[in-house]
Design a protein around this ligand. Structure first.
Ligand SMILES: [Zn+2]
Length: 423
């Protein structure tokens, strides 16, 4: 007779010895064979749940199967130990797979959301943290405010925890005038750079007029840790540059393994300053400085940031020629993925802290409102933008009713401090 293989002989002897030595299970508790079969049912159902995209149910199923087989191994080691061992070895990696898929689903159920909002020629970025906290970096130009405020409401924003005004130029703070009167704001972080424009004066007055809002200067080294993200300000330093653009607050936001660098309109000089400061700049995504102007995104800076993707926020056929060929070439040479608000509209990036997924919610939509009969022959003005539109202007219908002021003539509107629309 052929000798049995060693392993089988071993288990056979274990079975015989223990089978004799251990008394049968006490009456009332399930037979090992039933336990084994029940566990196998759990296992099979868990496999189906995992295939069917129900990782939570699969985790529960694999756990009960494993627990049953493990207790079988401990309590009835004489009952078919080889089969029990094989099942345990089979179920263990399946449970880990189901747990990994469940963790992945949970991370994606509340991802970090970064919206590079289409505000035409300007910048405005909304950050929604995994816990729902909100950061808004800039508010685009004044005439984009109806669309910006509409977008923020649509995205579910009810309050803004951190409002960063990178620098005092109109294409970054214009739209903030309406944001400041629409949403409660916990803290405003400002560069402290002053400007001579009426827009800047009105923005500062609005900020100072908010009794419950904190006001802080943004300086390199300041850190804001909340909502699962870490935001580090890397520019400007203690001494503000004389140039508005170079005074831009530059912030690096990290979530898990991914990083985003928001550069405002910082130009080459500011970029060199940042590099010499030594704070980290390396990021997965770069919001390209100054709308893709050639005065920003120097080779050295781009190499240090080393992004996989770049976002350019600029208006369709803008008169500045943004983005410039120089910057586009530089990004393409490094095989950086380029996204542009002028071509793709709003760019939404979602992240679980490991990878980034993209969505394109569409181009800016400017709501239109009916103009009442009695205003048909009148001049319609917007009290937020201080712009007035003569009866023939097609843009009159974009003035939200709550911001609408009517005058008999353009001269009357001008006397009240309004400016004629250039459209
Ligand atoms: Zn700008």
């Amino acid at each position: 007779m052929k000798r049995l293989p060693g392993k089988i002989r071993f288990w056979l002897s274990v079975f015989l010895i223990l089978g004799v030595a251990i008394p049968a299970a006490p009456a009332g508790s399930p037979e090992p064979a039933d336990l084994y079969r029940q566990a196998y049912d759990h296992f099979r159902r868990a496999e189906r749940d995992l295939q069917g995209g129900e990782p939570a149910a699969a985790v529960a199923g694999f756990r009960s199967a494993l627990e049953a087989w493990e207790s079988l191994r401990a309590d009835s080691p004489d009952w078919n130990p080889a089969a029990v061992e094989i099942r345990i070895k089979q179920a263990d990696p399946r449970l880990r797979e189901a747990e990994a898929r469940l963790a992945d689903r949970e991370a994606w159920s509340n991802p970090l959301r970064i919206h590079f909002i289409d505000v035409g020629q300007g910048d405005s970025t909304l950050v929604q943290c995994p816990d729902g906290s909100t950061i808004l970096i800039d508010g685009g130009p004044m005439d984009a405010y109806p669309q910006l405020v509409g977008y923020l409401k649509e995205a579910g924003v009810e309050k803004i925890d951190l409002l960063i005004a990178t620098h005092p130029d109109g294409d970054h703070i214009g739209g903030l005038l309406k944001v400041l009167e629409t949403f409660p704001i916990v803290t405003v972080v400002d560069s402290g750079k002053e400007h001579t424009t009426l827009t800047y004066q009105r923005y500062m007055e609005a900020v100072k007029g908010l009794p419950d809002t904190g006001f802080k200067l943004g300086r390199a080294g300041d850190r804001y840790v909340f909502g699962g993200v870490d935001l580090l300000i890397i520019h400007p330093g203690a001494n503000l540059p004389s140039n508005n653009n170079d005074s831009s607050i530059v912030a690096r936001l990290t979530y898990g393994d991914v990083g985003f660098l928001f550069t405002g309109d910082a130009e080459e000089k500011a970029e060199a300053e940042m590099l010499s400061r030594g704070l980290p700049v390396r990021s997965s995504v770069l919001k390209v400085g100054h709308h893709g102007s050639k005065s920003s995104t120097s080779t050295r800076f781009l190499s240090a940031v080393s992004p996989q993707s770049a976002v350019i926020s600029c208006g369709e056929s803008n008169r500045w020629g943004h983005p410039t060929q120089e910057v586009m070439r530089s990004l393409k040479q490094r095989k950086i993925e380029i996204y542009r608000t002028d071509l793709q509209g709003t760019i939404l990036m979602l992240s679980d802290g490991k990878e980034i997924r993209l969505e394109f919610p569409g181009k800016a939509v400017y709501p239109e409102y009916p103009v009442p009969e009695e205003s048909a022959r009148m001049v319609i003005a917007n009290r937020v933008s201080l712009i007035y539109y003569p009866p023939e202007s097609p843009y009159r219908s974009r003035v939200p009713p709550e911001d609408r002021v009517s005058f008999k003539t353009g001269a009357e509107a001008e006397a009240a401090g309004y400016f004629k629309s250039w459209h």
